[in-house]
Design a binder for this molecule. Structure first.
Ligand SMILES: Nc1ncnc2c1ncn2[C@@H]1O[C@H](COP(=O)(O)OP(=O)(O)OP(=O)(O)O)[C@@H](O)[C@H]1O
Length: 891
């Protein structure tokens, strides 16, 4: 059963690697950094202009992109690599078909109007191919498929092969103009801009090389089209170009003499055999051309001289390699076009087509010619192959295949990749030409990978300016004269390409010397290649440095802009925060204003009359260690009767009538006692004192730090400020704090002993009135037994007037005495405090004080614990004070 779809033939794809696009300078521009911003720098550093300008390039530092950048800056210098362009042109299957097509297109039958070799008149005409089978199929403008004829497919199982990577594939219907536009036009434009170039046509015999290069009258080839293009520009510019530059045409062929040796003939002169010395052709006639018609006429005459012969493959088969040079040299006196390039050349080579003996049936002389042609084509191909392999693997040396033929010796610079060139492969699409076509594509398609690296155009300085080499008229005689004089020293003459006017000689030291030919006396200047290289290197380094500076400048600018942006964002955020805070503050201020208004409204009511008496606070005593415990004590007052820690606050003067005599000056003051922990006593006292303005009046009476760890030190602070504030709010509004007197009674109990301390109101007494309970204290404390002291601390407050009796011996003017009686055991239960009226507490405590002589105390039994040192040191004055108090209070 047959498949509905024909099974495709097996196809082998031979791919030439794609040429990689050159990195453009724009690709080297640093990309914006990722959005994740780095930590914001504290400040933006100054722009590093000095650092940027001090860029120094090292050999390893030079980026590859610099070359492209430099070349883009100077289009006349393109040191970057450029691939060899390989074009493919497919000839029509038969000429008759082509003529038919041409007739269809233009209505005229195309005939080759170029002069034919008269020898070919009697040669047999090409056999008309009966087979219409083709082996070449154009896939796209850059690839073709070569399919073997059916006979070969069946017998040898040869597969179809796809060849890719061509710059362009011209089908059999392509016109000369189309081929010119894509193949030669770029070369001509470069040539007019001062870039030398070469086009070589390769292909088997009869494939259309000569047709492509020279064409016919109706279909002029690449050479006449190029000439027309060159001079058309000149015409459009009013012959300005030809006035500034001079164009020369030279045409020669390389053929073999009976297949033994190669000979070079100048096709523009009769019997013009010339020779090749090194890479230069000696004696080549360069004809000055002024317009295209003249040049075409010269070429037509040259083609008549070219060796052709009729073969089985081609009735007018080229038997030689034909080379045409169009040379351009600017006029030396013209300064207007001083920037124009110097001595450029456009070379077009029509190679003789390789032949297969079986097919051509050549014999004898034709066969020898065929061997020469095939050998030259092979050497040409070997040179390119060696260049390609060398470029692929630099370890492989560049073979000197060029030495094996005159053509390759002449084209050495092109074949070594030093100058720009293009190849056009011509093919015959017939099935009988499959093998030639296949071999050519297999051999030549990889050439598209060849790169021309570091192509340097001739320098513009005067020393490199080449005079014309045209060997006609006076110049010819000059040359001959010079040659006769210096012939012995001339080792070689450079006439190729853009160096036809320089003759290189070797001096005694063996160094290379270039001799300018146009001078009667040869001007010798030691110009070695190194000089040019050095100059170019310096210029290149300069450009690279400038480029590097610009790159660094751009980077630094980018960084600075980025930092400024971050800073701007920060500032904006800050502004937002400040704005929010301002709004809150405004809101607060408005609230405060409302409150003030409210308070003023309240203050407008009649004032509560001041009591006019002192509201003093007597300090309660406590054994607690912190204020939080004090609060607990207050809450648990009823539970612990034993704990005799008293915190008494005199709320009104009526409660302290007994004490009015003692402290007459403290009527207005409010006294409170702040029981603070041992750790915060000092801070609290200082804070309270500072708040109340009593910093200089407030003194701690006594604090013995020696033994504070053994007993819970009880400190009682009179936080005057707190009480003052309380009183102030109750008594008057808007009164200054300083109006209130403040006093602070601080009691220290050390080692369960009662200390008496007093702080007098500073407003009344300028001097600090502090009575300490040290050894010289006026109050003589009767120490209790040790166990009792632990449990019953008590404090006795004494009237000031009584205390004043003993003030002659003390620093204090008043004395408030507190006796502490610690009676509660902290071991058993939590201490409780009961808030009692100060007067009752004082009376009670004073009554409980046992006034005894220190002597009696010291006479205690041996087993008794010794009285502490501070107690023993109680003076008689203190004892007397206590007695007086008792008497005065009638206790
Ligand atoms: N593209 C083409 N269009 C029309 N005719 C062509 C084309 N190519 C070649 N021919 C004709 O084919 C014949 C052979 O072409 P040509 O002489 O150019 O081949 P060749 O490659 O130069 O051969 P050889 O190497 O033997 O010189 C010529 O008569 C030419 O007119």
């Amino acid at each position: 059963m047959e498949s509905p779809f024909p099974c495709p033939k097996t196809v082998t794809v031979r791919r030439n690697p794609h040429r990689k696009a050159r990195p453009t300078p724009s690709s080297t521009v640093p990309l914006p950094l990722p959005l994740s911003s780095p930590p914001i720098p504290p400040h933006i550093p100054s722009f590093p202009t000095p650092d940027i300008l001090s860029v120094e390039l090292s050999e390893t530092q030079r980026p590859r992109e610099i070359d492209s950048f430099s070349s883009s800056q100077n289009p006349k210098r393109k040191p970057e690599s450029e691939n060899l362009k390989v074009f493919l042109r497919i000839r029509p299957l038969t000429v008759s078909q082509n003529a038919h097509k041409q007739n269809k297109r233009g209505g005229e039958v195309v005939k080759n109007a170029w002069p034919k070799n008269p020898k070919a008149k009697h040669l047999p005409k090409n056999k008309v191919k009966n087979s219409n089978e083709i082996c070449v199929t154009v896939n796209d403008p850059h690839s073709v498929t070569i399919s073997p004829p059916s006979s070969l497919q069946e017998s040898k199982r040869i597969k179809s092969v796809v060849y890719e990577g061509f710059s362009h594939v011209f089908s059999d219907e392509s016109s000369q103009a189309e081929v010119y536009q894509k193949l030669v036009h770029p070369l001509v434009e470069d040539f007019l801009r001062g870039k030398s170039g070469m086009l070589a046509a390769l292909g088997p015999t009869g494939s259309g090389k000569t047709h492509t290069v020279f064409g016919c009258i109706r279909e002029p080839g690449m050479v006449p089209l190029a000439l027309r293009r060159i001079f058309s520009e000149d015409k459009s510019n009013g012959n300005q170009v030809s006035r500034c530059r001079t164009f020369y045409l030279s045409m020669f062929e390389i053929c073999s003499e009976k297949g033994k040796s190669e000979r070079i003939f100048d096709l523009l002169q009769e019997e013009g055999e010339i020779s090749l010395q090194q890479s230069a052709i000696k004696g080549l006639n360069e004809v000055t051309i002024r317009h295209a018609e003249q040049a075409e006429s010269l070429i037509a005459h040259g083609l008549l001289r070219r060796a052709t012969a009729a073969t089985n493959s081609n009735s007018q088969s080229s038997r030689s390699q034909c080379i045409i040079n169009i040379c351009c040299t600017p006029n030396s006196n013209d300064g207007e076009f001083d920037d124009e390039p110097k001595s450029t050349s456009l070379t077009i080579v029509d190679l003789a087509g390789a032949e297969r003996e079986k097919k051509t049936g050549n014999q004898g002389l034709r066969m020898l010619e065929s061997n020469f042609i095939n050998n030259t084509s092979m050497v040409f191909g070997l040179c390119l192959r060696s260049l390609l392999e060398h470029q692929k693997n630099p370890k492989k040396p560049l073979q000197k295949h060029f030495q094996n033929s005159l053509l390759t010796r002449y084209l050495r610079e092109y074949l070594e990749g030093k100058k720009r060139m293009a190849l056009v492969l011509t093919l015959k699409p017939g099935a009988e030409d499959y093998l030639e076509t296949s071999n050519l594509l297999k051999q030549a398609s990889p050439y598209a990978q060849i790169k021309f690296i570091g192509i340097e155009e001739p320098a513009k300085n005067k020393s490199t300016k080449r005079p014309t080499q045209v060997l006609h008229g006076a110049e010819h005689s000059k040359r001959m004269k010079f040659s006769s004089v210096e012939a012995s020293s001339i080792s070689k003459t450079a006439v190729f390409g853009d160096q036809p006017r320089i003759e290189e000689t070797k001096d005694e030291n063996g160094s290379l010397t270039e001799v300018l030919v146009e001078s009667e006396e040869p001007v010798s200047c030691k110009v070695t290649e190194g000089i040019y290289i050095k100059q170019d290197r310096i210029e290149l380094t300069k450009r690279e440095r400038e480029y590097q500076i610009m790159v660094n400048f751009a980077k630094a600018l980018w960084d600075v802009l980025k930092q400024y942006k971050q800073k701007l964002e920060m500032a904006e955020n800050e502004i937002c925060c400040i704005r929010d805070n301002l709004t809150c503050e405004k809101r607060r201020s408005s609230d405060l204003e409302k409150e003030v208004r409210h308070l003023r409204l309240i203050s407008s009511f009649p004032e509560v009359p001041s009591a006019g008496v002192s509201s003093s606070c007597l300090v309660g005593l406590c054994t607690g260690t912190d204020s939080s415990q004090d609060q607990n004590y207050q809450h648990n007052d009823q539970k612990d009767e034993k704990l005799r820690t008293h915190i008494s606050i005199a709320e009104s003067s009526q409660d302290l009538k007994d004490l009015e005599a003692v402290d007459m000056h403290s009527e207005d003051e409010a006294t409170s006692v702040c029981i603070a922990s041992q750790d915060c006593v000092k801070e609290r006292c200082e804070e309270a004192a500072e708040t109340a303005g009593l910093g200089q009046h407030f003194q701690r009476l006594k604090y013995d730090e020696e033994d504070h760890s053994s007993v819970n030190n009880i400190r009682t602070l009179m936080d005057v400020n707190n009480v003052q504030r309380d009183d102030k709010t109750t008594e008057t509004e808007g009164t200054d704090d300083s109006e209130y007197g403040s006093s602070c009674l601080q009691l220290f109990v050390k080692n369960k002993e009662t200390c008496v301390c007093s702080v007098e109101e500073p407003a009344i007494s300028a001097s600090p009135v502090i009575t300490s309970c040290d050894n010289s204290s006026a109050v003589e404390m009767d120490p209790l037994p040790h166990e009792e002291k632990k449990l019953h601390p008590s404090a006795t407050v004494m009237p000031r007037e009584n205390a004043s009796l003993v003030e002659d011996t003390r620093d204090c003017t008043a004395l408030d005495t507190c006796s502490l009686d610690i009676s509660s055991s902290r071991k058993t239960e939590k201490p409780k405090r009961r808030l009692l009226p100060a007067s009752s507490t004082l009376l009670k405590d004073i009554g409980s004080v046992a006034v005894e002589d220190d002597i009696d105390k010291s006479k205690g039994g041996r087993g008794e614990k010794k009285v502490p040192l501070d107690t023993r040191n109680k003076s008689k004055g203190s004892t007397s004070l206590l007695r007086l108090l008792r008497n005065d209070l009638r206790l």
